[in-house]
Design a protein around this ligand. Structure first.
Ligand code: DON
Length: 584
């Protein structure tokens, strides 16, 4: 079922041929890029064609980019419950064409009021099973309140209208995609079995109805209906957030979580509030960067880009060369060292955003990068920051929607690991997150993604765990040119940065910018990760400079992007995953 395809890209006058290995995909969802005239109704790129089509339907009805993004996010929660949904949370960057400003909505989950710093320690050791699966793993969902807030503030058609495609998909059914089918049975042909398998489902586990209807695992392209979730979506559509956080839906979720040893209460649900935040801004080669600040990943992406901005343009080094990849990796190591030492929820810990995001600081770090060799691990980032304990990070979706009036939304949403806590909130039909695993459960111990963090990200009641999610919008002279973001834990940050570099430094069109092989480094573990398609001489060039190179078994992140020119909107879904863009 694996397919290969040639992507042709024109970069700095030369033609690059890049062979991309594709994961198995549904034929109908093969991700061809799509473009529409700039002043049409708009366009959407999501990790599932049903979700892109939900946005396109709402754009066609006269909705703006926000209506489209909300429709796509709600639809994703229906068709890809392993990645995101009402039981999770996320971040959105909204570009408002009227005042030419970006705003950020943080609808990240929060730790329940009864949560405490050492809640996952057993015999003084973090118990990963407890923070990943079952009731204790569940943080207060933010997605219903977040999407309602986006609609209330910037939507044109309202939540009830934006929810219609999702309600229809849940009621009438949809064809299961590859990733949903693999979540139901990761030993099915074409799937990668989990290296850290979750506990087997109990005979009466409500997740069975979703994954194993009639006793057999959902197969790719099988018709799936989710009637309970359809009712929950209808209640949310008609009553707003209260329809989720209170009443029968809230009660069903709380009862299910508590029955599995969780701490969530109705008060936690009632108290959830999304937060509007000032965007984290930066500049890159004459472009403006608009990202989501802590606890999201925008600062780390912007820090890496600004370090590169303080160095000579990458274009001359050649796209995909070891010289360019070396410098990019070194910038990632500085930015991730700072992330590890100092980032957390700004309501709980002082986050040195301004300092780490400053151009002078980027210049200082850039001056420490050698073209020829790597540094010692302790030489990266701001050494005066004290490292301590780790954050965590599989199950995420990014989407981009742009409308013909110039509004753009970059939105990333997650239930964290695949199928979140592997729990359904009783009769609500909602798959619940395991975002508690994104906190640092124990100082100094790397998480599931090998990320090292600080006490800044320790668990506390009401706190939001540090996230790698990095929805971003890039503008030039006040006009958006790119909407981008990704799924894939810490590789979200590095994939988003490389899509921006591919567009700006290497002049790739948006399809090639998304599809080109990528590298990843996150400081610790102290390695440089490359995709399988990376040529041997590039790997050798990195090794010569001192990098310990690891070839990734799987793809690095899944990017969705929209390129915006004065005449066109061009959307691209990452061929690594199998989503596809859509337009009215
Ligand atoms: O917020 C975070 O950083 C993680 N919960 C994201 C996890 C993720 O992207 C997994 N991927 N596909």
């Amino acid at each position: 079922m694996k397919r290969f395809r040639l992507v042709t890209a024109v970069a700095a006058g030369s033609t690059l041929l890049v062979t991309i290995a594709l994961a198995p995909t549904v034929d109908a969802a093969f991700p061809a890029p799509l473009w529409v005239p700039r002043h049409s109704r708009g366009i959407a790129a999501a990790a599932n064609l049903d979700a892109s089509r939900a946005a396109a339907e709402i754009l066609k009805k006269g909705g703006n980019a926000v209506d489209g993004a909300v429709a796509a996010a709600l639809a994703l929660g229906v068709v890809d419950p392993e990645s995101s949904g009402l039981g999770g949370g996320g971040f959105a960057v909204v570009w408002n064409a009227k005042d030419k400003q970006a705003r950020v909505l943080d609808f990240r989950e929060t730790a329940p009021a009864k949560a405490s710093r050492d809640m996952f320690l057993v015999d003084n050791k973090a118990d990963g099973a407890k923070s990943r699966w079952g009731g204790l793993a569940v943080a207060v969902p933010g997605e219903p309140a977040g999407l309602a807030e986006l609609e209330a503030k910037y939507g044109k058609l309202g939540l009830a209208a934006a929810a219609q495609p999702a309600i229809r998909l849940a009621k009438l059914g949809f064809a299961a995609g590859t990733h949903f089918a693999c979540a139901a049975d990761d030993h099915a042909p074409g799937c990668s079995p989990s290296t850290n398998p979750p506990p087997a489902l109990a005979p009466d586990d409500p997740l069975r109805a979703l994954l194993l209807p009639g006793g057999t695992a959902v197969a790719e392209r099988a018709l799936v209906r989710r009637p309970e979730l359809a009712r929950t979506l209808e209640t949310l559509a008609h009553r707003g957030p209260a329809g989720f956080y209170q009443g029968a839906v809230g009660q069903a979720i709380v009862s299910a979580v508590q029955a599995r040893g969780g701490l969530l209460t109705l008060d936690d649900l009632r108290g959830y509030k999304p937060i509007w935040r000032e965007p984290r801004t930066g500049s890159y080669r004459g472009h403006q960067l608009w990202g989501a600040p802590a606890p999201a990943g925008g600062l780390t992406a912007i820090e890496a880009l600004q370090i590169l901005d303080a160095r000579p343009p990458l274009g001359a080094l050649g796209h995909g060369s070891s010289a360019a990849d070396h410098v990019i990796i070194e910038a990632f190591k500085h930015a991730f060292a700072d992330r590890a030492r100092s980032l957390g929820d700004p309501a709980f810990v002082p986050v040195p955003e301004a300092r780490l995001g400053a151009a002078e600081y980027a210049r200082e770090l850039a001056s420490r990068i050698s073209d020829d060799k790597i540094g010692k691990p302790e030489s990266y980032g701001d050494k005066s920051l004290v490292p301590a304990d780790p954050p965590h990070d599989h199950g995420t979706s990014h989407l981009c929607v742009a409308d013909g009036d110039g509004n753009v939304v970059a939105l990333t949403t997650t239930v964290n690991l695949i199928l979140g806590a592997r729990m359904v909130g009783g009769s609500s039909g909602v798959v619940l997150n395991d975002q508690m695993d994104d906190f640092s459960a124990q100082p100094g111990v790397p998480n599931a993604f090998g990320l090292i963090g600080a006490f800044a990200n320790a668990i506390a009641a009401g706190k939001r765990p540090l996230s790698s999610m990095t929805p971003m919008i890039v503008t030039k002279d006040g006009e958006p040119i790119l909407c981008v973001g990704a799924a894939g834990g810490p590789t979200i940050i590095t994939a988003t940065v490389q899509t921006i570099i591919n567009t700006i430094d290497f002049g790739l069109d948006v399809e090639a910018a998304v599809a080109s092989p990528r590298v990843h480094a996150q400081w610790m573990p102290y390695v440089a990760i490359v995709e399988r398609e990376t040529p041997r001489d590039v790997i050798q060039g990195l090794e010569r400079r001192g990098h310990k190179v690891v070839v990734a078994k799987d793809h690095l992140a899944t990017v969705q992007a929209i390129g915006i020119s004065p005449v066109r909107l061009t959307a691209a879904s990452d061929p690594r995953y199998g989503g596809a863009p859509a337009a009215p």
